[in-house]
Design a protein around this ligand. Structure first.
Ligand code: BTN
Length: 263
């Protein structure tokens, strides 16, 4: 068992219905309200959830976890902001590996921060940082985890949920507090021990790490192997001719999963 959550979940704001928990948290911060680090904003029914690349995040009311956590990662410089994304992704995969009946390799991080079980997306993360000069003023970490939903819109490419993976129904409140414990541990590890160990762990848990696979760079299909992530969070791909390239989120797509960031 993990110790009680220290930072994550220091306060909880529960909402019945809201557009986006990330927006709600950001509005509290910009209004200048006093907010504890680790405050969680959670919605039973998130009606206009936002995803990466301007996509929406659709989640059936009362079935899943849709929440945001406010952090003040003063120990990170803006150039290291991707470290937070790594810590959050690792916290989530550690939680899922403990709670789901899958082996270690079944749960992976699809770069940069989608969480997959097998070839299906179970969780999405949207981290929004407010930066001023050389400081991260605050981070809003938005997490959408598919828990009990077992039917998804057809337009979503490859969604799954904890229920679809395990056949079980999960009590949301309990799962939230477990997950917060894992996130807390991962965040505190980043804060106390720095990023080297975290980076090794992140890279070796990447979906398709060290496998020859199909990608698209812009519209150009390539075969390449993921060999790591650079200091700014770009994906390092090695082509068959051993040439390496560093690709950012806008330019690289995993082939067959062009639509999966919506799930
Ligand atoms: C993605 O994979 O595209 C990221 C999805 C992030 C969804 C979560 S749900 C809680 C929080 N509030 C939002 O509006 N988005 C994030």
């Amino acid at each position: 068992m993990l110790p009680d959550s220290l930072i994550f979940g220091s306060a909880k704001i529960k909402l019945d219905a809201i557009g986006s928990t990330n927006d709600f948290a950001r509005d509290l911060l910009t209004k200048g309200d006093e907010i504890l680090e680790g405050t969680v904003v959670i919605a039973e029914n998130q009606q206009t959830g936002r995803g990466q690349r301007g996509n929406s995040w659709v989640s059936e009311a009362g079935m899943n976890l849709t929440f945001s956590v406010v952090l003040f990662p003063k120990f990170l410089s803006p150039s290291d902001q991707f470290e937070l994304s790594k810590a959050i992704s690792l916290g989530i995969i550690n939680y899922l590996r403990d709670v789901l009946p899958v082996n270690m390799t079944g749960v992976r991080i699809k770069w940069p921060n989608d969480i997959y079980v097998g070839n299906e997306k179970i969780c999405g993360i949207l981290i929004e940082n407010a930066i001023s000069g050389s400081k991260i003023l605050h981070a809003v970490v938005g997490i959408g985890l598919n828990v009990n939903q077992d039917h998804f819109e057809k337009s979503l490419a490859n969604p799954t949920s904890m229920k679809l993976v395990s056949g079980e129904h999960f009590e949301l409140e309990h799962q939230l507090s477990c997950l917060l414990g894992y996130l807390d541990r991962s965040y505190v590890e980043l804060r106390n021990r720095g990023s080297q160990k975290l980076n090794n762990n992140y890279v070796k848990n990447l979906y398709r790490y060290k496998e020859l696979a199909q990608f698209k760079i812009g519209n150009q299909p390539i075969q390449a192997t993921i060999i790591g992530v650079d200091g700014s969070g770009k994906l390092i791909l090695e082509k068959e001719n051993k040439e390496q390239m560093h690709a950012d989120f806008q330019e690289v797509k995993f082939v067959n999963f062009a639509n999966d960031n919506k799930a």
